[in-house]
Ligand binder design. Structure first.
Ligand code: FAD
Length: 416
C-alpha cells in the first residue's frame, strides 16, 4: 500500500484511527486531514467547563509529539472537497490531489440549522467546534440573558454551565419533556427539577417563532405563545446531522449516515467510515443506529484499523455515554429503547440513583445519576453477556457483582 491510509476528519474518531493503525503495527503512510486549524482536541469539555472559564485552554486529544513520534502526517486546515472512489484519490482545498489505498471517513456531524426569522443575527450560535466555544465564551462575557433552543444533552449542559457563570438562562424545548427519548422520563424530570432549582427557566412544549435584533445583534427570542424573552445570546442546540455529503457525492451508500458493515466498510470496501458520520446495524439490539458518542467514535476507529490490517472481528463494543449537567453526572450504558420495564436503585432525593432497563427480563442498559459504580458494573455485565434477573437488582451492587462473578465462572449454571 504505497499511498497508505488517508483519514478525513481529525476529531475523536480520526485521531484514534491514526493511533490504532500504528498500535496494530501498520507501518505505511498515515495521513490525517482535518479542516480545523487546531491540534485535535476533546469536545466534551467545551459545553461543560471551557465556556465558563475565560482562561480555560483546549485539551488536546494527543500532544504534538504524538503525531511526529508516530509518523502520522497531520495536515490541519485542509478540507477534502471530493472523493474519486474509482481513481482512489481525493481533491483537497487549494486544488491538490491526495491518493490513497484505503480511506477512512471520520467527518463527524454538524449542528442542525433552524430556519427561523432572525437566525442570521450576530449572537445566534451553535456549539460544535472549539471555534464555536470560543465565540460562545466571548459572547457570554457580554450577555446577561441567554436563550437556549433545545433541551437535549448539549443544550442542558450549556444551560447549567452558563447559569453557574451567573447568566440568566432560559431553555426552550419544543416537546413536552427534556432529553428527548435519550433517557427515561424519571431522569428527564429529575434533571428538570434540579436545573429549575438552580435558577434555569425551562419552557417545554414551546417553540421560538422569531428572533429580534437591534443593530444586527440579537436582542430577544419570541416564543410560540408570544412571550418576548430578552437575549443577548441565543444558542441553538437542536441536534446534529451527519457529514455525509462527500461520501454521497462519490456514490457511497447512505442511510442516516454513511452505511457501514460490521467491520466499518462502506459500500466501497476500500473506504471505511467511523464515528458520528457512520450508521450501522447494532449487534446489541439489531436496530439500525448512528451513535454520537466518544466511546462509539474511538471503538469504531480501533476496529477500522484492524479491518485495514486484515482482521475480521465484528463491531461488538458495549455502547456507553456520559453527560455532566450541573451537579448531575449522567452515565448511560447499553441501548434502552424498546424496554418494557425498569427497576430503580438508589435515591432520587439524594441525587444518586440508577435505572435498570429490561425488555422481557433481559437487561438492555442502565442509566445512572451520580452512581458511577453502577455504570461500570453495567459495562462489565453487558460486556460479559450477563443479564441479572430484574428482582436481583434490589440486592444492590455487591449482590450483582457476586452474580456476575458466578456467571463468569460457570455461565450455563449461573443463568439457569
Ligand atoms: P468529530 O469529533 O466532530 O470530528 C470530525 C472532524 O472532521 C471535525 O473536525 C470536522 O471539522 C472534520 N471534517 C468534516 N468534514 C471534513 C472534510 N470534508 N475535510 C476535512 N475535515 C472534515 N460525547 C460523549 O460521549 N460524552 C459527552 O459528554 C459529549 N459531550 C459533547 C459536547 C460537545 C460540545 C460536543 C460538540 C460533542 C459532545 N459529545 C459527547 C459527542 C462527541 O464529541 C462526538 O460523538 C465525537 O466528537 C464524534 O467524533 P467524530 O470523530 O465522529 O466527529
Amino acid at each position: 500500500m504505497k499511498n497508505g491510509v488517508v483519514i478525513v476528519g481529525a476529531g475523536h474518531a480520526g485521531v484514534q484511527a491514526a493511533a490504532s493503525l500504528r498500535e496494530e503495527g501498520y507501518d505505511g503512510p498515515v495521513i490525517l486531514v482535518g479542516d480545523e486549524s487546531e491540534l485535535p482536541y476533546h469536545k466534551p469539555p467545551l459545553s461543560k467547563t471551557f465556556i465558563k472559564d475565560q482562561e480555560a485552554k483546549p485539551q488536546p486529544l494527543r500532544g504534538e509529539a504524538f503525531y511526529t513520534g508516530s509518523t502520522i502526517d497531520y495536515r490541519p486546515g485542509i478540507k477534502v472537497e471530493r472523493i474519486d472512489a474509482a481513481g482512489q484519490r481525493l481533491e483537497i482545498s487549494g486544488g491538490g490531489m491526495l491518493p490513497f489505498d484505503r480511506l477512512i471517513l471520520a467527518t463527524g456531524s454538524r449542528p442542525r440549522v433552524l430556519p427561523l426569522p432572525g437566525v442570521d443575527l450576530a449572537g445566534v450560535v451553535s456549539l460544535r467546534s472549539l471555534a464555536d466555544a470560543r465565540l460562545i465564551r466571548e459572547l457570554s462575557a457580554q450577555s446577561e440573558d441567554v436563550v437556549i433552543l433545545g433541551g437535549g444533552f448539549i443544550g442542558l449542559e450549556i444551560a447549567a454551565t452558563l447559569k453557574a457563570a451567573g447568566r440568566k438562562v432560559t431553555v426552550v424545548e419544543a416537546v413536552d419533556r427534556l432529553l428527548g427519548r435519550a433517557v427515561a422520563p424519571v431522569i428527564a424530570s429529575h434533571v428538570r427539577q434540579r436545573l429549575e432549582a438552580s435558577g434555569v427557566r425551562i419552557l417545554t412544549g414551546t417553540t421560538i417563532s422569531r428572533l429580534e435584533g437591534e443593530n444586527g445583534r440579537v436582542s430577544a427570542a419570541v416564543t410560540s405563545s408570544g412571550e418576548r424573552l430578552p437575549a443577548q445570546m441565543v444558542i441553538i442546540g437542536i441536534g446534529v446531522v451527519p457529514n455525509v455529503e462527500l461520501a454521497q457525492a462519490a456514490g457511497i451508500a447512505i442511510a442516516n449516515g454513511i452505511r457501514v458493515d460490521q467491520q466499518m466498510r462502506s459500500s466501497v470496501p476500500e473506504i471505511l467510515a467511523i464515528g458520528d458520520a457512520a450508521s450501522y446495524r447494532h449487534w446489541f439490539t439489531g436496530a439500525d443506529v448512528r451513535l454520537e458518542s466518544v466511546q462509539n467514535a474511538t471503538d469504531q476507529a480501533r476496529l477500522a484499523a484492524r479491518t485495514i490490517l486484515g482482521h475480521a472481528d465484528a463491531f461488538a463494543a458495549v455502547p456507553w455515554f456520559w453527560s455532566d449537567i450541573g451537579d448531575m453526572k449522567l452515565q448511560m450504558v447499553g441501548l434502552t429503547s424498546g424496554g418494557d420495564s425498569h427497576v430503580v436503585l438508589g435515591d432520587l432525593g439524594e441525587n444518586r440513583f440508577s435505572i435498570y432497563h429490561y425488555a422481557a427480563d433481559r437487561l438492555l442498559g442502565i442509566e445512572s445519576v451520580n452512581r458511577p459504580g453502577d455504570h461500570m458494573l453495567g459495562r462489565k455485565m453487558l460486556g460479559a453477556g450477563f443479564s441479572p434477573p430484574p428482582q436481583s437488582v434490589a440486592e444492590g451492587p455487591d449482590g450483582l457483582k457476586a452474580a456476575l462473578a458466578a456467571f463468569q465462572k460457570e455461565p450455563a449454571k449461573a443463568s439457569a
